[in-house]
Design a protein around this ligand. Structure first.
Ligand SMILES: [Zn+2]
Length: 73
């Protein structure tokens, strides 16, 4: 399993909010750990009633997150 981040590469991790809730936002961060934080923040702000706990969010992020190249956007 190689997840090495090489210096200049502008790759960020993203996960579709649809995997977590239903509002179709794309959550972005510069790493899976940050992405979990972003997702939790998003859920707290936009879906305070969503019964998603950190453990589950973390699993979804690790399963569903994908790379985005800045150049490709
Ligand atoms: Zn959402």
């Amino acid at each position: 399993m190689l997840a090495v981040q090489t210096g200049e590469e502008a790759t960020i991790r993203a996960v579709l909010c649809a995997s977590l809730c239903n509002c179709r936002h794309t959550l972005r961060a510069d790493g899976d750990e940050s992405l979990v934080e972003v997702a939790l923040e998003h859920l707290r702000h936009n879906h305070p009633a969503a019964p998603l706990r950190e453990e589950r969010v973390r699993r979804i992020v690790f399963t569903c997150a994908y790379d985005i190249q800045y150049a490709a956007m």
